[in-house]
Design a binder for this molecule. Sequence first.
Ligand code: PEP
Ligand code: MN
Length: 357
Amino acid sequence: MEITKENRRWLDSMELSHPIVIAGPCSAETEEQVLKTAHELKKTDTNVFRAGIWKPRTRPGGFEGVGEIGLPWLQKVKEETGMKVTTEVGNAHHVELALKHNIDILWIGARTTVNPFVVQEIADALKGVDIPVLVKNPVNPDLPLWLGAVERFKTAGISQLGVIHRGFSTYNSLHYRNKPKWHLAIELKKEFPDLPLILDPSHICGRRDTILDVSQTALDLNYDGFMIETHIDPDNAWSDAAQQITPSQLTTITEDLRIRDENSTKEEFLRKLNLHRKELDLIDSNIIEVLGDRMSIAKEIGILKKSENVAILQSGRWADIISKMVESGQEKGLTKDFIEEIFKAIHVESINIQHKV
Ligand code: PEP
Ligand code: MN
C-alpha cells in the first residue's frame, strides 16, 4: 500500500495551527446534550465534533445509541457552530444514513476493524464517495489487521485516510483501560509517515486524570492530533462516564500540552531528538521484559536440573551460546567484547538464580 500527502489532504486543507482536536460525547444522547456540548466546544480548540450514534457495546443491555434520529442533531451542530462532524459507522446501512445526513468524516470502531468482512462491506458501501475515513486500531495488537482495514478503504477508492490509536484490550490492566503499546503506532508511523495518526486518549485511559500525560506522549511522538470524549455532564453520561471530560477541562488539557508548532531548525532538532529518546525508552523497557522472561526460564531449568541431580554449569553449552551470539552480534555491527560482556553478565545472573532454587 502506498500512502502519500494526497491521502492527508482532508487534514492539511484545514490549515490548522495546532494538532487537530476531535471532541464530543461518547454517545449522542439527546438533542439538547449534543447542541449544548457542541456550543461549549466551539469555544475550545475543537475542529471536528464527534458523537456516537450507533454504539457497539460489549454486552447487551447497555445504551446502544439513539440511532438515526440523532443524525439531524449532528447536522444542526454543523449549521450552528460551523464545526465538521464525525460519527462511527459499523455497517453498510449506517454508511447510507450517515451520507444522507451529510456527515463530514466517518470513523471505523475498534470492534469493526477486527472483522475484514464488515470492513469490506463498509468499504463497498462507500464506492464512489470520497469522504475521509479514520480507522481505529483493532482491539487486539495486530498491526497487519489495522493496516489491512486501511488498505480495503484505499482500494475501494477512498483517498482521504487516517488512523486512530485507541489502545489495545488486555485482560487485566490496572493503569489503562486499553494499553497503548506505543511501539505499534511508531512502527506504523515509520512505514506510513504521511498517514494522519490521531490519539484517542479517552479509550486508552478509561479515566480522566491520565488523559493529559498520555496525550503529551503522543505529541512527543509527533501525532497529528487527538480524539477526546467530551460531555457537558460527564458523570451522568449514558456511556463511558468515567473517561469523559467537560469542554472546559478539554481547554485545560490543550493549554497544558506542550505543543511545538514552530518550525525553526532548533525546534526540529529537539523534536527529532525527543522522538528517538522515546523510541529508546520503549526499546529499553522491552530489553528488561525479555531479560525477565529469560531469567524465569533459567529458573525452570534450575528446578529441572535439581530434580535430576544435574550440575548447574555445563561449560560446553555456554561456550556455544557465546560464540553464536558473538557471530550474530557482529552481523548487526556489535563488537565481540560488548557481546561477551553482556552474555557473561546474563550467564552469572542465570547461575545465581539456579543456585537459589
Ligand atoms: C467510541 O469512540 O466511543 C468507541 C466506541 O470507540 P472504540 O471503537 O475505540 O471502542
Ligand atoms: Mn466511548
